[in-house]
Design a protein around this ligand. Structure first.
Ligand code: ATP
Ligand code: MG
Length: 783
C-alpha cells in the first residue's frame, strides 16, 4: 500500500511534492490556474493518512462544492485503498459546519434537527415580516432586504450588534430603510422560533458557538489536527475567522488558492485573506506552483496576457510544457440565436468529423439567462447537454411541497414548512385563520405549531369550532408521521407521507402533461430517498434516516445540482460554477460590453478587475481549444439591443487569436458599423492559415442588418439555423488507398458504401483499429 503512495508522489513536480510532504505548520500554496493545487491537496491528504498514519477523523478538508469533495474522496480512496477515506471530514464550509452545529445545537438553543432554510424560504419569512410591520414593500424590497441581511451575517454582525451600531443604522436610513435593524431582528427571532437556520446562519452560528463555548472550540481544535482549504481566495470573513480559530491549536493548516481567480467578492469573499495569511501565521511556508498542466501554450499565454491588465495581482509566472495548440477562435455573429447556432454547429461538426465526445465541450456564460438560446439550438441538433445551476430538481414546487411535510415531521416548529402545507391540499384553512395563529405566536413568542397543537390552552386565538377541528386534524396527521418516523425506514416513511398527506391524490387529479410530470417528480424524489438510504448503509457513520436525506438536499450547491450521471453530454454553466473544473474545448459566449464585463461592473476599477478575473477563470478551464463568441444584437430584458464586442477581447495578446471577423480589430477597438460594406474594411491582418474553425464561419461576415429586418435576414442566412455542415468531400478516395485522419492518424480504406452525402468508408487505422466513417465529415487526406 505504501509503495502506492510513493508512486503517486512521483507524479508530482518538485514544488508540488514539497507542498505535499511539508505537513506540519502553516502552509500556503499560491499558484496559477491548472497548476495542480487541487491535486496537491488530494495527495497531501493521502500522504497524511498513509505515510504519517494520521487518522482520517483528524483531517478536515474544505472544498467549494460537495461534488469536488466527493471526487477528492474517491481519488484518495484509490490511493490509500480500503474504506478509510470515507471517514474524512470533507465538504463545503456549509456542510461541515452544519454537521458541527447538529452536534452542538442545544448550546445555542436550537434543536439538533433544525431545518436549513433555502433562499426561497428565507425570502418568504422576510416578506411576512415586512408585511406584519406594515412597511412599504416598494421601499423595503424583499430581495434587497435579504441581501442586506446576508451581508450582515457574513460580516458576523448579529441583530444586537446592528442595533448598537449608529453607523450601520445611518447607512440604511440613508438608503430609506431605517427599519432594517427591526426587520433583521424579527427575521432572526422568527428563524430561531422555527428551529431554522438559513445558509448564512451556518457560518454565523458556528462562529458564535466557537467563540462563546471555549470547551467546544477546544474539542474541535483537538479533533482537526490537519486542516486544508481549497479555493482559499474565495473565502469570506466569517469562514476565514472560523478556520483560523480551529487551526489555532495545532497550526497545521494548508490553504491553496489563486488570487487571480477570486470571483466571489460580490458575496463577501475577501481576497485579502490570502495577503493576511502570512501575517496571521508565523513561519508560513509559501509554495508557488507555476507550471500549468491543463492547457496549451496558447491558452496559458492568452490568459497571462489578459490578467496582466489587472493592477492588484501577486507576482506569478504561469508557463506550460504542453504543446502550442490551436489559436483561440473569436467569432462574431449577427444575433444571440445565430451565436447559439454557431456553437451548436461547431460542436456537431467536431463530434462528427473528429469524433470528439460531447462531454469534452463546455459552454460558459456570464448570466443564467444566456442558456435558453443555447438550449434551443442544442435541441434542434439533437445534441445532448446538461445545464448546471438554475432551478434545481429540489426547488420545484411539488418536490418542495412533499419535502415540507417531511420537514414538519422532523421539526414541527418549521414555520415555512407549516405555511406551505397547512392548506395544501386544501383543507379549508384560510388566510384569516393563519393570520390569527401568527399573531398569537408572535404575542406568545412561540412557534405557530406550538399554538396549533395546543389550541385548548391558547383560547385567545379566537378560532371558531369548525376551524379548530380542521387544524386539530392537521396536527394529528403530522403527529402520526412523527410517530412513524421513530421506527420506519426513510423510504417507507416518505412514501407514506406522500400518500397520506393527500399530495399524491391532489397531483394525480391533474391529467395534463405538466400534471403527470409533477407526479413523476414525486416518484423521482422517492427514488432518490431510496438511493440515499442504500448509499448511507455503506458508510460507517452514515445516517440513513429521512433527516439525513434532508440534510444532504439542503446543502446541495448549484454545481452539485445534477440529477443524472450520464456522461455523454455537453456541459452548460455560468463561469462562477465552472471554478476548479476543466474541459478539453470551451466556448465562452456573450463576449459583449455590458454583458461581460457586466454593466454593473463598469463603473469601478475593483469591479472591473473582478470581471477580468472571471474571464481569466473561464479561459483557463480550457485544455485544448477555446472559442470566444459575441453577437451584434441580443435580446435582453425583452428588448433587442445592439452590442459591442467586449473590451476583454482586445486585451488578449493578438498572437494567440484567430479572428473570424474581418471588421474587428483588437488594436484600435474599431468595429465596423452597418452603413459601410464589409468589403471596404481592412481585412483581419492575422487570420491563421491553419484554422480549426468550420469553413463556413471563415467566409466574410455579412454587414449588420437593420434591426427591423433582423428576423428576415436571419432566416435567409444559410448558416444561422440550417444544419449545413462543412463540405470537405474527398471524392477521389478509393478502396486500397492510404489515408490520414485528423484524430485517428493513418489507415487504409477497406470498403466503401453508399453514395453522395451518405458515402461511407470502412477504414483500418494503424493505431485505433477499424472504423466506419461518413466521408462528408471525416476530412480524410490521401497519403
Ligand atoms: P484551478 O486553479 O483551476 O483550480 P488547480 O491548480 O487546482 O486548477 P488541478 O485541477 O489540480 O489544478 O490540476 C490541473 C490538471 O493538471 C489536472 O488535470 C491535474 O490532474 C493535472 N496535473 C496537476 N499536476 C500534475 C503533474 N505533476 N503531472 C501531470 N498532471 C498534473
Ligand atoms: Mg483547483
Amino acid at each position: 500500500k505504501n509503495t502506492c503512495v510513493q508512486d503517486y508522489i512521483k507524479q508530482l513536480n518538485p514544488s508540488q511534492r514539497e507542498a505535499v510532504v511539508n505537513t506540519e505548520g502553516p502552509v500556503m500554496v499560491i499558484a496559477g490556474a491548472g497548476s495542480g493545487k487541487t491535486r496537491v491537496l488530494t495527495y497531501r491528504i493521502a500522504y497524511l493518512m498513509d505515510e504519517k498514519k494520521v487518522d482520517p477523523f483528524n483531517i478536515l478538508s474544505l472544498t467549494f462544492t460537495n461534488k469536488a469533495a466527493k471526487e477528492m474522496k474517491e481519488r484518495i480512496g484509490k490511493i490509500v485503498g480500503g474504506n478509510e477515506a470515507k471517514n474524512l471530514w470533507m465538504g463545503t464550509f456549509h456542510s461541515v459546519f452544519a454537521k458541527i452545529l447538529r452536534f452542538e445545537a442545544d448550546k445555542l438553543g436550537f434543536p439538533s434537527n433544525f431545518t436549513i432554510y433555502d433562499a426561497e424560504d428565507a425570502r418568504k419569512v422576510i416578506a411576512n415580516v415586512i408585511k406584519e410591520k406594515n412597511l412599504d414593500k416598494e421601499v423595503y424590497k424583499v430581495k434587497s432586504v435579504a441581501s442586506r441581511i446576508s451581508s450582515f451575517k457574513n460580516a458576523l454582525i448579529t441583530p444586537k450588534e446592528y442595533l448598537r451600531s449608529p453607523e450601520l443604522q445611518e447607512n440604511d436610513a440613508a438608503a430609506r430603510m431605517p427599519m432594517m435593524g427591526d426587520i433583521y431582528r424579527a427575521y432572526a427571532e422568527r428563524c430561531f422560533r422555527s428551529g431554522a437556520m438559513d445558509f448564512d446562519d451556518l457560518l454565523l452560528y458556528t462562529f458564535i458557538l466557537l467563540r462563546k463555548f471555549p470547551d467546544v472550540l477546544a474539542k474541535y481544535q483537538d479533533r482537526f489536527r490537519y486542516i486544508m482549504v481549497d479555493e482559499y481566495q474565495d473565502t469570506n470573513h466569517a469562514q476565514y475567522l472560523i478556520v483560523k480559530s480551529l487551526a489555532n491549536r495545532y497550526g497545521n493548516i494548508c490553504v491553496v488558492g489563486d488570487d487571480a481567480q477570486s470571483i466571489y467578492a460580490f458575496r463577501g469573499a475577501n481576497i485579502r485573506n490570502i495577503l493576511n495569511y502570512q501575517r496571521d501565521y508565523e513561519d508560513v511556508r509559501v509554495f508557488k506552483l507555476e507550471q500549468n498542466y491543463r492547457s496549451t501554450k496558447t491558452i496559458v499565454g492568452a490568459a497571462n496576457s489578459l490578467i496582466k491588465k489587472n493592477k492588484e495581482q501577486l507576482d506569478k509566472n504561469v508557463w506550460t510544457d504542453n504543446s502550442d495548440g490551436e489559436q483561440i477562435v473569436i467569432n462574431k455573429t449577427v444575433s444571440d440565436t445565430d451565436e447559439a447556432s454557431y456553437v451548436a454547429r461547431t460542436i456537431f461538426e467536431k463530434n462528427m468529423q473528429e469524433h470528439i465526445p460531447f462531454s469534452d465541450f463546455a459552454i460558459l456564460y456570464r448570466t443564467n439567462a444566456q442558456s435558453r438560446a443555447m438550449e434551443e439550438s442544442f435541441r434542434r441538433r439533437n445534441i445532448p447537454y446538461r445545464i448546471y445551476g438554475g432551478l434545481s430538481f429540489y426547488q420545484r414546487k411539488e418536490v418542495k411541497d412533499l419535502l415540507a411535510y417531511v420537514r414538519l415531521t422532523i421539526n414541527s416548529n418549521d414555520e415555512e414548512a407549516f405555511r406551505r402545507v397547512i392548506n395544501y391540499p386544501k383543507r379549508g384553512i384560510g388566510d384569516t385563520t393563519l393570520e390569527k395563529i401568527t399573531v398569537a405566536a408572535n404575542a406568545n413568542g412561540v412557534s405557530v405549531w406550538e399554538i396549533c397543537s395546543n389550541l385548548g390552552y391558547y383560547q385567545s386565538v379566537g378560532l371558531n369550532k369548525p376551524t379548530t377541528v380542521k387544524i386539530q386534524d392537521f396536527v394529528t396527521k403530522i403527529q402520526s408521521f412523527k410517530a412513524l418516523a421513530k421506527e420506519a425506514e426513510a423510504f417507507d416513511l416518505a412514501t407514506h407521507i406522500a400518500k397520506t398527506s393527500g399530495l399524491l391524490r391532489e397531483l394525480s387529479q391533474d391529467k395534463t402533461p405538466e400534471g403527470i410530470s409533477r407526479t413523476e417528480n414525486i416518484q423521482e424524489l422517492l427514488n432518490s430517498v431510496k438511493e440515499f438510504t442504500e448509499n448511507q448503509k455503506e458508510i460507517e457513520d452514515g445516517n440513513p434516516s429521512l433527516s439525513g436525506f434532508m440534510e444532504d438536499v439542503a446543502l446541495l450547491t448549484d454545481s452539485d445540482n445534477t440529477t443524472d450521471e450520464d456522461n455523454e453530454k455537453v456541459s452548460l454553466m455560468t463561469i462562477h460554477l465552472a471554478k476548479g473544473l476543466e474541459f478539453p474545448i470551451v466556448f465562452i459566449v456573450g463576449m459583449e460590453e455590458s454583458l461581460f464585463p457586466s454593466m454593473m461592473a463598469m463603473s469601478s476599477r475593483a469591479d472591473l478587475e473582478e470581471e477580468r478575473r472571471l474571464f481569466y477563470v473561464a479561459l483557463t478551464r480550457a485544455e485544448k481549444e477555446a472559442y470566444l463568441t459575441y453577437a451584434q444584437m441580443r435580446y435582453r430584458w425583452g428588448k433587442l439591443i445592439d452590442c459591442e464586442p467586449s473590451r476583454f477581447l482586445q486585451e488578449i495578446d493578438e498572437s494567440f487569436l484567430n479572428i473570424n471577423t474581418p471588421d474587428f480589430s483588437p488594436f484600435t477597438g474599431a468595429y465596423g458599423d452597418s452603413d459601410e460594406p464589409s468589403a471596404s474594411r481592412r481585412p483581419s491582418p492575422r487570420r491563421a492559415p491553419t484554422s480549426s474553425a468550420p469553413s463556413r464561419s471563415r467566409q466574410p461576415q455579412r454587414t449588420m442588418p437593420q434591426r427591423k429586418n433582423l428576423r428576415k435576414i436571419e432566416s435567409s442566412l444559410p448558416s444561422a439555423n440550417s444544419d449545413s455542415v462543412a463540405d470537405t468531400n474527398p471524392s477521389d478516395i478509393n478502396v486500397g488507398d492510404r489515408v490520414k485522419h485528423q484524430r485517428f492518424g493513418h489507415g487504409k480504406i477497406k470498403e466503401m458504401e453508399g453514395a453522395g452525402p451518405n458515402k461511407k468508408a470502412v477504414i483500418q487505422f494503424d493505431n485505433v483499429g477499424e472504423k466506419k466513417l461518413l466521408l462528408k465529415f471525416a476530412k480524410l487526406e490521401k497519403v
